[in-house]
Design a protein around this ligand. Structure first.
Ligand code: BGC
Length: 760
């Protein structure tokens, strides 16, 4: 009997609702006009405000459990047919809770390679595939929008979140992000490109004011977002925490309404970063439609302002329209039933294979790599070769994965024996240190990672090891995450212990005629100039995802030929970094006289302007340790002569690349332009196109096209608020890195090209 009553109750409810305009059936504007002011104030706030009355409180508490561990949800209003959209991190894979109360099932997600590694592949198809796998997990675990990709410019190597970001170059970052978005969204779920814009440091990220010239903004910090918006139509954009030229980005109409929407044609929804900004009214007016995760105080302010007329209802109606357009597209709204069983085995293969293409071989003297097939025994050093190996960074860029294959396990899986003596020593050392590591994680949370000092084997042990094993492999690791920046001492330079380990191992092994390989399991750029002469080979593995140990061993063995290239410069020292004096590290000593502060944490002047990364080093003739775009292969490539033709406003550079070595491999060709002398100063080189060949067999050639647009020749002239490309001769150079140009041609732009845009 009870059952019948319940069913009747549901039917009655549905009938009542059916008389109201329902999302998906009625026009969105009609649905909005049926909302109360309370519902409107709630709708523009993420549902963590807990609801404004008892019914909505209940609904919201149910919605919060839709996908445990998701970062946020939008407000459900069932009487108008409005479902919640579940928003979940992040850039290296879906971040949800792996276990749920009252369930034996597990909800692990694949830990894919970090963003910097994906950019290092320079392979848009590969990035799109990885995005599709992440999108599929998002769909199958019931989330609607993946809060990724992170795509801020890596302005300074100490930024704690650089691993979540792609590159120091806007074209590489923009194209990689676009490929990622296309992949994720091919699965019917959304993305949120973030953090718009200039979230280039973690120190004081909620308060800092980025002071950036219009030119640097347009050419670097907005350019990457512009490319991603125009080429991939992300469902949503997430504004950043910081202020930009005096205002919070989420409160800046010119950024969101004028540039993103009117100029670039963005049609989607804009959300704040979690608790970002300070004034909800200004956020609504600026076109920041949704405040996440939602605060009671913002709900109260908005409701009061809507009631008093301080905030026009029409403004919020527009914000809600964009939120509902997004909700309507979500799998939850369209009735998709998630399986909670994505194909994790297939995705493990995707991460294993994709990671190999982003590994960057920095050095390989006398063909130290690949490992010889006759190899019998490897001596494996460094705590990061073992349990400290990191698959990804910390914070919202982390993923709750089922396992991580470290390097020790990677060798075991490949049946390559390790010298057992060291395996035992490391396992005891790390085991004994685990309580400290765990404790430190508890105390420091996301903020910092524990630095376990290196184990230093005795001279006798090393001598024996050099006699017994065929090669030494040492892994150095660094980890970081949201909430704090890295520091020079330790995060950038090797510690004394690490240097000693490298020196001792190199001495012992070289004396015995054996080679030494260094693997860098790093979240960002480290100092290499002072020690790179010691080992025979250096391989940057970044943070390669949960199959990392397997991916690295695949490359060490030569099953996969490394084809990654650096998406960021490795400078000789920190002082050479163009933003070194304007980054709030312990190195920055600028004194804010009004506040008597030793660190410039309240604001950051982007004094280097457009001269970020290689734009600085190449223009001012600075020697670097490893240049932008650099990476070796186990084979070699010949670049044929470059030809340039035009088609409409497209400029097409064509050349043939031939594999001249003995093994199959892929090559990345990078196209840089050098502008003629004109009114504005220009960097010596600017990347304007790139492509990666297919896997070329020995002697095989491929003719590639590198296409860019006439407008890509332009720089931003602040005095006229316009993009300008002067008429004249542009040098077009194609090479294997910014310092290894193989072929050049001159292209003449017969007439000045100009496009005016609305000023800031
Ligand atoms: C991060 C965002 C993330 C959000 C939700 C914030 O702290 O800056 O990148 O998407 O949290 O977890």
């Amino acid at each position: 009997m009870k059952k019948v009553i319940f069913i009747l109750g549901v039917i009655t409810t549905i009938n009542v609702h059916a008389q109201l305009p329902q999302l998906g059936k009625a026009a969105i504007k009609e649905v909005i006009s049926s909302m109360t002011l309370e519902e409107k104030a709630q709708m523009v706030n993420g549902a963590s405000t807990n609801g404004y009355d008892s019914t909505s409180k209940l609904l919201i508490s149910q919605a919060k459990n839709l996908v445990p561990g998701a970062a946020g949800i939008t407000t459900p209003i069932p009487r108008l047919g409005i479902t919640s959209a579940v928003l979940s991190d992040g850039p290296a894979g879906l971040r949800i809770k792996p276990k749920r109360p009252n369930s034996d099932a597990t909800f692990y997600c694949t830990g894919f390679p970090v963003a910097t590694l994906l950019a290092a592949t320079w392979n848009k198809d590969l990035v799109q595939n990885v995005g599709a796998a992440m999108g599929n997990e998002t769909l199958e675990y019931g989330a609607d929008v993946l809060l990724a990709p992170g795509m801020n410019i890596q302005r300074n190597l100490l930024n704690g979140r650089n691993f979540e970001y792609y590159s120091e170059d806007p074209l590489l970052a923009g194209k990689t992000a676009a490929a990622f978005v296309r992949g994720v969204q091919s699965q019917g779920v959304g993305t949120s490109i973030k953090h718009f814009a200039c979230n280039n440091q973690e120190t004081n990220r909620h308060q800092t004011n980025a002071i950036v010239s219009q030119r640097a903004l347009r050419e670097l910090y907005l350019k990457n977002f512009e490319i991603a918006v125009k080429e991939s139509n992300p469902w949503t954009v997430m504004t950043s925490y910081n202020k930009l030229n005096g205002r919070y980005t989420s409160e800046t109409p010119v950024l969101i309404n004028t540039i993103l929407r009117n100029e670039w044609g963005f049609k989607g929804m804009v959300m704040s970063d979690w608790h970002g900004g300070s004034n909800p009214i200004d956020q609504m007016l600026a076109g920041n439609d949704l405040l996440e995760p939602g605060r009671k105080i913002d709900y109260d302010t908005l409701l009061k302002s809507l009631k008093s007329g301080k905030l026009a209802v029409s403004v919020v109606d527009k914000n809600i329209e964009r939120i509902l357009e997004m909700v309507q597209k979500t799998p939850r709204f369209t009735g998709y039933i998630p399986s909670n069983k994505p194909d994790l085995k297939a995705h493990a293969l995707v991460t294993r294979q994709s990671a190999t293409e982003g590994l960057v071989l920095l050095k390989n003297e006398k063909q130290a790599l690949p490992l010889k097939s006759s190899l019998k025994n490897v001596a494996l050093f460094g705590v990061y070769s073992y349990d400290l190996f990191t698959a990804g960074g910390t914070g919202s860029g982390d993923v709750n994965k089922a396992y991580v294959v470290n390097l020790q396990q990677g060798f075991a899986n490949a049946n390559i024996p390790l010298e057992t003596n060291f395996v035992a020593m490391y396992s005891k050392y790390i085991g004994d240190s685990m309580p400290f590591i765990k404790k430190s994680k508890e105390i420091k949370g996301w903020q910092r990672t524990y630095h376990l000092p290196e184990l230093l084997p005795t001279e006798i042990d090393l001598k024996a090891s050099a006699a017994n094993s065929d090669i030494a492999i040492i892994t150095f690791g660094r980890n970081s995450g949201e909430g704090s920046d890295r520091i020079i001492n330790y995060d950038f330079v090797l510690t004394d212990g690490e240097k000693k380990l490298l020196t001792d191992v190199s001495n012992a092994f070289h004396k015995a005629g054996k080679k030494v390989v260094v693997i860098l399991n790093i979240c960002g750029v480290i100092e290499t100039a002072s020690w790179k002469n010691l080992p025979d080979a250096i391989l940057v593995a970044w943070q390669p995802g949960q199959e990392g140990g397997n991916s690295i061993v695949d490359v060490l063995k030569g099953i996969e030929n490394p084809s990654g290239k650096l998406p960021v410069t490795f400078p000789v020292n920190y002082e050479e970094v163009p933003s070194a004096k304007n980054f709030p590290s312990e190195y920055a000593t600028e004194v804010d006289a009004t506040k008597d502060k030793k660190r410039n944490v309240d604001y950051t002047k982007y004094e280097e302007g457009i001269y970020v990364g290689y734009r600085h080093y190449s223009t001012f003739g600075k020697t670097v340790s490893y240049p932008f775009g650099y990476g070796l292969s186990y084979t070699s490539f010949k670049y044929g002569n470059l030809k340039v033709t035009t088609k409409g406003d497209d400029i097409i550079a064509t050349l043939t690349i031939t594999n001249t070595g003995k093994v199959a491999g892929k090559e990345v060709a990078e196209l840089y332009i050098t502008a003629p002398k004109g009114k504005l100063d220009k960097p010596k080189y600017e990347l304007k196109a790139f492509t990666k060949t297919k896997l070329l067999q020995p002697s095989e050639s491929q003719t590639i096209e590198l296409i860019f647009h006439k407008s890509d020749l332009a720089s931003f002239d602040e005095s006229s608020s316009s993009w300008v490309a002067d008429a004249g001769d542009y040098k077009i150079s194609v090479g294997a890195s910014v310092e290894d140009i193989r072929t050049k041609v001159v292209y003449n732009l017969p007439e000045k090209w100009e496009k005016k845009v609305k000023g800031w």
